[in-house]
Design a protein around this ligand. Structure first.
Ligand code: SIN
Length: 296
């Protein structure tokens, strides 16, 4: 019998009593989706999943993204991307620096992401402390916490998001060995605009939909004013009261929604401290044209 145990914090709940290797019943599907709307970030502990079962669970919630540019796909299941710092026979087995700064997935894309599903297989630990947490911030709360006059000023405005912003920040500030994007890669992922406030498809409430990783500018404002307001928003949305940290255990399946949260993968482990996670991304297209082509 499924039980949802809230973290008691701004985000997060543990869902106990479900074996995700089995197909979700219609009733459990509804309960999980409702819990996702209410808590934003769900943990399903002690799972033992094949790659196909991970895909099957994820695909219940929408169309899965296939990242064609990605060398780190699960063989035979391109919907799964491997996130790992492990190296085998001199070759990295996964993307080693995915998500290591505040962002939300696929805000740089016309069709935005609804949810991430991550299955933790190896989690680093040092002196009995778990490393490699995933941190989250609550964008419902961040919207509600904005000063009233700023909410009014920004209502109806749009933000330009660019995939290259995060990519270059990783190269410049985080010592990432990613090569610069080629001209062809940049063309394949041109900057896109989305409303700065979205009405969340699960809660019907407004969220702040801008994130430090990809948001470049507020289109309708002069450059300097846009930069000043974005700097304020990035600081505001990552305030301590909006934060929640997930401390991984092996066998955790983490399911979070990307429209009302932003996240950050904490890179506090060394190359020999192994982290190995499989990820699927669920697109928001099932919520209709607004989210499939989320363009202002
Ligand atoms: C991601 O941004 O999807 C990666 C999160 C993580 O590895 O903790």
């Amino acid at each position: 019998m499924l039980e949802v145990i809230p973290s008691g914090k701004t985000l997060g709940a543990t869902v106990a009593g479900l074996d995700l290797a089995q197909p979700l019943t219609a009733q459990d599907f509804v309960a999980v989706r409702n819990a996702l709307g209410e808590h934003g970030v769900l943990r399903f502990p002690k799972q033992q999943l094949t790659a196909q079962q991970l895909v099957d669970f994820s695909a219940r919630f929408g169309k899965l993204e296939i990242n064609v540019a990605n060398a780190y796909q699960e063989p035979g299941l391109p919907q799964i991307m491997i996130l790992s710092n492990m190296v085998e026979n001199g070759k990295p087995v996964g993307m080693s620096d995915a998500g290591q700064s505040w962002h939300t997935d696929m805000s740089y894309s016309r069709a935005i992401a609804f949810a991430n599903v991550l299955y933790g297989i190896k989690i680093p630990r040092r002196d009995s402390k778990t490393l490699g947490n995933t941190e989250f911030c609550n964008m419902h709360a961040a919207y509600e916490g904005l000063p009233g006059e700023l909410k009014e000023k920004l209502e109806g405005k749009t933000v330009l998001h660019d995939f290259n912003k995060f990519w270059e920040m990783m190269r410049r500030d985080k010592g990432s060995k990613r090569p610069p994007l080629t001209e062809a890669q940049r063309k394949a992922k041109p900057p896109v605009s989305h409303p700065i406030f979205l009405t969340h498809p699960l809660t019907g409430r407004k969220v702040l939909y801008a994130n430090p990783g990809y948001a470049m500018r507020i289109n309708e404002l002069p450059e300097a004013e846009s930069a000043e307001i974005l700097a304020f928003l990035f600081e505001h949305q990552t305030r301590a009261e909006y934060r929640y940290a997930h401390v991984w255990e092996e066998g955790d399946l983490m399911f979070w929604e990307d429209i009302g949260t932003i996240h950050n993968a904490v890179a506090d482990y060394a190359p020999h401290e192994h982290r190995y996670i499989k990820r699927c991304q669920v697109m928001a297209s099932e919520f209709g044209e607004d989210f499939a082509q989320c363009v202002a």
